[in-house]
Design a binder for this molecule. Sequence first.
Ligand code: AMP
Length: 262
Amino acid sequence: MKIVRRISEFPETLHRDRPFTGTVPRTGLVPTMGAFHAGHLALFAAAREENDVVVASLFVNPAQFGANEDLDRYPRDEERDAKLAEESGVDVLFAPSADEMYPEGYATWVDVGELGESLEGEFRHDHFRGVATVCLKLFNIVRPDRAYFGQKDAQQAAVVKQLVRDLNLGVEIRVVPTVRDDDGLALSSRNRYLSPEEREAALALPKALATRDAAKARELLDGLEIDYLEEASFNGQRVLAAAVRVGKTRLIDNVILEGDPT
Ligand code: AMP
């Protein structure tokens, strides 16, 4: 696996060492913020299965964090991540610095409209502006045929689909089912912030969503601080989505009520 830090190394780096087979090689991109868990590995596995070249990006994108959020304490362990990515068959790990992605004078932002303002967008102002912008940049840098996102962040996947559709990016967006721990908690890099007691309390979230009923779910979340708990429709997929706070940790999750999981 090659680790790339400079945008200028693309796209040559993708195909340089590949033998010419007579067919055009397909590239799959998995955008991540690192601190890999089995959810990330499921995205790598899906990308590995469907593409000739797999690129994972590892970039804790400052533009999608609010001023009072966890950018500074977000878990970072590039050495461990690189090892896991390599074991998962990733060919190229793109790990740029913040300056490489947003050099001095950077000024252009992607606004995805209403979709970016509801649910997560209401509680994380400008979050999806940061997500859409970094995804557009990654798509332009890597030029993937397909890009892989997790169902756990259903609204994010919808935002990226909107971006691709509206700006004619020609990238196929693939959505991978949520990977959960045995007890039902959706895997998240932020789970490591939870104390054992908080983790126990956090289990109310998957239990509540499993009722597939907003009113019943709200009862089960009694005692947790709820940012939102709502049915939402993303590209014809209906989900029950929630964000709750357990101590200082903010967790999101959703279940599909109706529609195609991919
Ligand atoms: P992150 O590094 O948290 O930004 O996540 C990178 C990608 O992994 C996003 O597309 C997430 O939706 C996806 N992801 C995160 N957690 C999970 C999970 N538990 N199951 C499946 N995909 C996930």
